[in-house]
Structure formats: C-alpha cells, structure tokens
Design a protein around this ligand. Structure first.
Ligand code: C2E
Ligand code: MG
Ligand code: MG
Length: 437
C-alpha cells in the first residue's frame, strides 16, 4: 500500500510538473533503520527486540501528521512518506523530532534501553519514474547516515547515487578478480613488499606484504579503496587466504635461495578473516605446505579485532601464540585504544601509526615516547611506520624504537626489486637509506 501510494504521488507530481505547477505535490521519503538492533536481539532476546520495535513505532507515529504515511518495510526498517508542499524542510523537521524523542531511554521489562535510528531522506523530483527509485535513494542516504556514525539523518543528493554506482561497479570487478584468482593462473592481484629495518643495525629483518590490485581498466587500485569492500562482501576471505599463501611461499623461496633463515614476513589480516572458524586450520596448513618456520610469520591485526565480541579473541590469539606465530598490533593509536586490554592479549609488537611519526614536529613526540615505553614495559617491541626523513629516524632511534618502515628506506616494491634489495644487502652494497644509518 505504501508503494502504491508512493506511485500515485509520483504520477500526480508528474502531472503537476507538466502543468508547470511543481510547487504542489512535493513530498519526501524518510528511510529509517534502527541502530544496532541486532545487538538487542542477540543480547536481550527476541521478545525484548519485538517490544523495542513496537515502542519505536509509537514514537515514530508521534512525529508525523495524520496525512503522512508510515510503513514497516521489514525487520527494523521503516519508511515515512511526508507531504512537503507547504514546507520543503518538513522531512528534516520530522527527522529531528525522531532523534529528540529517542534521546531518552526506553523502559522495556526490567531493561533500560538507549536506542537510536539512522535516517535517509529523499525528496521528490521530476527525475523519479518509479517508486522504487526514490526509496532506493532514501536507502542510500540512510547508509551514509550509518557510515557517518549513526543516530543522524542525511538528505540524499545525486553525488551519493554516483558513488553508490561506483561502489557497486568496484564490487562486481572485485568479484571477477577473485574468480580469476581461484580459477586461473593469471591474477589481477600482486603482492608488494616493504622492508622492515632494524634501527640499530640498519639491516632488513623482514618484509610486510602489501596487496596491489591491477585493475584491467583502472590500473592500480589502492587497498585503502578495495579492502573495505572486500571486507564487507566477504571477498576478503579468499583474497586473504591467497595473500597468506603467496607471502609464505615467497618467504620460503628467499630464506632458502639467499640463505636467510631468520627473515620474517608480516601479513595484514582483516577482522572478518580473523573471525572465520577456518582461520587457524588454514594458517596451519599454509605453514606446513610452505615449510617456513612458524616464528617467521607475523600477523598484523588492528585494534578493531581485539574489540570483537563474536568470538573469544583471546583464545584465538593464544592458539596462534602456541603455534609460535608472532602478532603485531597495526596502526596503533588510531583505533579504539583502550589501554586496559593491552596486557591481556599475547601481542609481540606494536606498530606506531605513521600519523604519529609524521607529527613529530607538531608535538607528537611525547606520544611516541609514551607508546614506546608502554610497549617495552609490556615486553613488546615497536615498529615505527612511515619514516620519511632522516630527522624522524634519528629521533626514533633516540627513543629506543627497535624497527622502522617507510619511504626513507624503501616504498613497497615488487618481489624482484625486494629480492634485489636482499641480494645487495648480502653483497654489502648498501640500501640508499643505509647512507644515513
Ligand atoms: P598498513 O598495514 O598500515 O600498511 C602501511 C601503509 O603505509 C601501506 O599502504 C604503505 O604503502 C604505506 N607506507 C609505508 N611507508 C610509508 C611512508 O613512508 N609514507 C607514507 N605516506 N606511506 C607509507 P598501502 O600499501 O596503500 O596499504 C594500505 C592499507 O591497506 C594497509 O595499511 C593495510 O591496512 C591494508 N592492506 C594492504 N594489504 C593488505 C592485505 O593483504 N590484507 C589486508 N587485510 N589489508 C591489507
Ligand atoms: Mg600493516
Ligand atoms: Mg599500519
């Protein structure tokens, strides 16, 4: 009925437009999604979840006029159709009212629940032909509201549609690339390797493998762009497995042909990948087939993994530790740093995010000093990311930071260049950065 009404509204507004009377019959659609509803269901049970929905419906009804139309689209999603002919910002007024009303806790059974909603608003325009289109745009705006931190409303604009289409294109192309990865010998993916340097000796101790996607039309796509899409779609699972396999077999090759048994490889692991039940068996199998010593593999996880509640993160990390695999906490200081948890997890290394190294001159040195001290007192070592200048290097050495990575030494390079670097090091030809080490 909601869709039917929407369809009629569109027809009437097209007629009005044909008659050069666009002011009448303006309307807007609000797409509403309850934030973290699943959490309520999972923690307090479905009957509390149901009651919460009913309570929210009562609130929503209080925010609209009798002529406006309200529908449940499914689950925790609702839509409101409001007339805007007299007041073009009425939809926003409704959204603000909803937010204000929901800012108080709801009392359900013995629970006091704070809830919020994310709202997307799409306004009628001559461009909409089908009711689904305006709903789709309101939905897109709602997703933007979620991405901006939830508990807010966002009004749709055309740029969002362009972005949504680009995002879909990226997802389709990524699927193709993954299919190709699984089924054929060629691959659009390649690993680059960035050396990790001991600041004491100036020698390479290992590499971090960093994924590159060579898109057939677009050229290189940054992992910053496609990893989040891979995470969201689950494609990170086959990609991540390939990255681990490839990294370990590359390390095995270097260790053997160059006689460098202690060389390490650091591999980024995303939280979705880490949460999979098959994650540990998979790693064990890769370690067996690549025949590298377990302690030469370092997994880089981020703080978001430690905050996961779906599984026992500690247990999984302890299993990895028992296998002898090393763990690094990547981008330290940029996430939900809750220092109280650090000592609970068997982490070997903190990687200081490059924003702190970059900010050396603007007073971040004290923070870096504190992180290094914290790490050392928890028996962890420290890798500084993003070292670009000799000054940064000197100061990090003064702070007793053990390892470093950054353009000063080398950007991430393909495996041939990485191998050349290792060979040069063995024949004592120096890395460019060695001059200043
Ligand atoms: P990350 O793990 O923190 O990797 C460090 C990033 O900093 C890399 O970006 C690297 O190229 C860049 N970098 C290194 N030295 C410097 C420097 O001196 N200056 C500047 N400005 N940047 C430097 P990249 O390769 O674009 O990767 C970005 C992020 O994508 C990575 O951050 C990591 O979180 C993710 N990523 C990359 N490969 C993989 C992968 O195989 N799996 C997963 N899950 N994530 C990956
Ligand atoms: Mg990393
Ligand atoms: Mg990092």
């Amino acid at each position: 009925f909601f869709m039917e009404t929407l369809s009629q509204k569109l027809q009437i507004s097209h007629l009005a437009q044909d008659n050069n009377d666009p002011a009448v019959n303006r309307f807007a659609v609000l797409y509403i999604d309850v934030d973290h509803f699943k959490l309520v269901n999972d923690s307090l049970g479905h009957s509390v979840g149901d009651q919460l929905l009913v309570a929210i419906v009562h609130f929503l009804k209080r925010c609209i006029r009798s002529a406006d139309m309200f529908a449940r689209l499914g689950g925790d999603e609702f839509a409101i159709l409001v007339d805007q002919s007299n007041d073009s910002s009425f939809a926003q007024t409704v959204a603000e009212r909803i937010r204000a009303l929901l800012s108080f806790p709801l009392k359900l059974q013995e629970h006091e629940i704070f809830t919020s909603v994310s709202i997307g608003i799409a306004c009628s325009s001559g461009n909409y032909k089908q009711p689904e289109e305006i709903l789709r745009d309101a939905d897109t705006a709602m997703y933007r509201a979620k991405a901006l931190g939830r508990s807010r409303y966002v009004v749709f604009d055309q740029a969002m549609h362009t972005q949504a289409v680009a995002r879909l294109r990226l997802e389709i192309d990524l699927r193709h690339a993954v299919e190709e990865l699984i089924s054929s010998s060629t691959s659009q993916f390649q690993l680059y390797y960035q050396p990790i340097i001991s600041l004491k000796t100036g020698k390479i101790v290992g590499f971090e493998s960093l994924l590159r996607w060579f898109h057939p039309q677009r050229g290189i796509v940054s992992p910053v762009e496609f990893i989040p899409v891979a995470e969201e779609t689950g494609l990170i699972v086959p990609i991540g497995r390939w990255v681990l396999q490839e990294s370990c077999s590359q390390l095995q090759y270097w260790q053997e042909t160059l006689n460098l048994p202690g060389l390490t490889i650091s591999v980024n692991v995303s939280s979705r990948q880490f949460l999979q039940p098959e994650f540990i068996p998979q790693i064990e199998q890769i370690l067996v087939s690549s025949q590298i010593p377990n302690y030469c593999l370092k997994l880089e996880i981020t703080e978001s993994v430690l905050m996961e509640t779906a599984i026992s993160v500690t247990e999984r990390l302890e299993q990895l530790r028992d296998l002898g695999i090393k763990l690094s906490l990547d981008d330290f200081g940029t996430g939900y740093s809750s220092l109280s948890y650090l000592h609970r997890f068997p982490v070997n290394t903190l990687k200081i995010d490059r924003t702190f190294v970059e900010g050396f001159n603007s007073g971040q040195e004290q923070i870096v000093r504190a992180i290094v001290t914290l790490a050392h007192s928890l028996a962890m070592d420290v890798v500084a990311e993003g070292i670009e200048t000799p000054e940064q290097l000197e100061r990090l050495k003064d702070l007793a930071c053990e390892y470093g990575q950054g353009y000063l030494f080398s950007p991430p390079v393909d495996r041939c260049k990485a191998e050349l670097m290792l060979r040069n090091l063995l024949t004592n030809q120096k890395l460019p950065a060695d001059r200043i080490l």
